[in-house]
Write a protein of this length. Structure first.
Length: 536
């Protein structure tokens, strides 16, 4: 005999074989609609991530999911604070990076930072109460992820708990589906014979059947976790296990540790003063056997490693030290401040090394990203220094907000495009050397500048640009089984099927790249491989 569920009392237990699951909420039509939409969004999201290389499709998916979940959680939730509102808005802005740039490194960072910031935003607007501390953001993310799994059985029970009448309706629906299948088996082939467009669509669906089924299965698996997290935030109003964490470390321990560390850093500064500041004058140390590039790279990674270690130490100090009325003891503040000051010095030194490096050579993605990372560390440590004396400043919120801003700027401004533009203009205006192969490695964004370099007065640069540009046609067009030697017969590449830019893969940089390739092919009457075949 089936047990009945008292839907008026969502906490009523439902006996299963070996354990008891309590429905988390009384299901409403809006819950079913939201869950169904999240399933659909998850399927498209999986496709956008793993099949469409995080392009415009993911921007659409992220924005749609963000708005849907926000509206769902805000109803009955609470008004977010200005800080969290900025976090939510910046995550939306950052998601447009996927539509602009082809740089997968920036896209990956944008994917991670938008995922984390959106979880924090959803957790905030749902009305959850967590411990207020320097590590509260970690608690927001950790608690949301843990609850997404722990509440999942109760959420599933809530969706599938139904009375006798609803069970009969479900059976009736299944019978209707079963009856429709034989009819479709007859009707669909007839429709395919009657119309070529429908037949072509049907053939395409059948040919991609295995791939589409994989997307659906993977997307549904992901949707279970997303639904668990969203509905847990919506309906689990129990007091958080993270609401109060009474854990701290003796102020004497931190004071002693930081004092020893500060002493070592002071000795280091004194003994290495001449070497340490040589980057500020753009002069390598006397007798130094490395090149500018080796010196800058070596110094940069050494100093950044020290800065990262120091941040972990100072953050642990601020978050875990014993406090009196939330104030950090003076015995901890002084050595902590000295450690921060030393770190700021090495950050400025690392930045000067990188500026020296870029002054001697052209820009690259890694060099620009290194500078962005240094700037992020610089602002972060200034915030850490302030936090030692002002209790209201939240270090992790500062770090997250600044990271969102920096990644958004790198993505939306299109770092690859800006580097290609800067290097090309430096070559044309100042006569600096230009690495044509590196311009080619800037993917979609490098193609318009390769085209400009094909018209360069320097024949060596022009021929190298023509060679690099001609290779792009292999990657950007689908020639079927044709060999390279057959391609000279093409005089309009715009009529060929493009191997990139399919549904969900569009970016503005890719569109510009194809326009340039079409233009160059028409200028050369399709003979774009001449410089490869006659290279010798």
């Amino acid at each position: 005999m089936d047990e009945k569920i008292d839907m008026q009392n969502p906490t009523a237990s439902v006996g299963l074989k070996n354990y008891t699951v309590k429905p988390l909420f009384s299901r409403k039509p809006s819950d079913i609609i939201v869950a169904a939409l999240l399933c659909i969004i998850s399927i498209f999201g999986v496709s956008a991530i793993f099949w469409d290389a995080l392009s415009v499709g993911y921007t659409v998916v992220f924005c749609t999911a963000f708005i849907l979940i926000s509206v769902f959680l805000l109803k009955g939730g609470k008004k977010p604070s200005p800080t969290f509102s900025a976090c939510g808005i910046l995550s939306l802005i950052c998601s447009f990076s996927f539509s602009v740039t082809s740089n997968m490194g920036i896209k990956f960072l944008a994917f991670v930072i938008t995922a984390v910031s959106s979880i924090i935003w959803f957790s905030c607007i749902s009305g959850k109460e967590y411990i207020k501390s320097d590590y509260s953001l970690i608690v927001y993310v950790a608690s949301s992820v843990i609850n997404a799994f722990s509440d999942l059985p109760a959420i599933i029970k809530s969706f599938f708990s139904r009375g006798e009448k609803k069970s009969k309706n479900t059976i009736a629906v299944l019978v209707g589906i079963a009856c429709a299948l034989p009819a479709l088996a007859i009707i669909v082939p007839l429709l395919a014979r009657s119309d070529d467009a429908f037949a072509a669509l049907l053939n395409k669906l059948v040919s991609n059947f295995a791939e589409e089924i994989t997307k659906i299965i993977f997307g549904l698996a992901v949707s279970i976790f997303i639904i668990g997290g969203v509905f847990s935030l919506k309906y689990n109003k129990k007091e958080s296990n993270f609401k109060s964490i009474n854990f701290s470390i003796s102020k004497v321990t931190f004071a002693t540790f930081l004092s020893i560390l500060s002493f070592v850093y002071v000795v280091y500064l004194i003994t290495q003063l001449a070497y340490f500041f040589s980057a500020f004058s753009s002069i390598l140390p006397a007798g130094y056997k490395f090149t500018y590039a080796q010196y800058a790279r070596r110094g940069f990674f050494e100093l950044c490693a020290i800065a990262a270690i120091n941040f972990a130490i100072i953050f642990a100090t601020v978050a875990l030290t014993e406090k009196s009325e939330e104030k950090i003891p003076l015995a901890v503040k002084i050595p902590g401040a000295l450690t921060v000051i030393f770190t700021l010095i090495i950050i400025f030194t690392a930045l000067s090394k990188m500026v020296m490096y870029m002054g001697a050579y052209a820009l690259t993605v890694s060099r620009v990203c290194a500078c962005a990372f240094i700037i992020w560390l610089l602002v972060l440590f200034i915030g850490v220094f302030i936090r030692l004396f002002v209790k209201k400043l939240d270090i992790l919120k500062t770090a997250l907000t600044l990271a969102l801003v920096i990644i958004s700027v790198l993505g939306i401004s299109n770092i690859n495009l800006q580097i290609a533009k800067y290097n090309y203009n430096s070559y044309v205006d100042s006569g600096k050397e230009i690495d044509v192969e590196y311009i080619s490695n800037l993917e979609d964004e490098g193609i318009p500048y390769l085209y400009l370099l094909t018209k360069d007065k320097n024949s060596e640069i022009a021929n190298k640009a023509k060679e690099e540009l001609s290779y792009k046609y292999i990657w950007y067009y689908d020639f079927g089984d044709k060999e390279i030697t057959d391609l000279s017969s093409y005089n309009d590449f715009s009529k060929l099927e493009k191997s990139k830019g399919k549904t969900g893969e569009f970016t503005f940089a890719l569109s510009k790249a194809y326009d340039t390739l079409d233009k160059y092919a028409k200028e050369k009457d399709g003979k774009v491989y001449y410089y490869i075949e006659n290279k010798e």
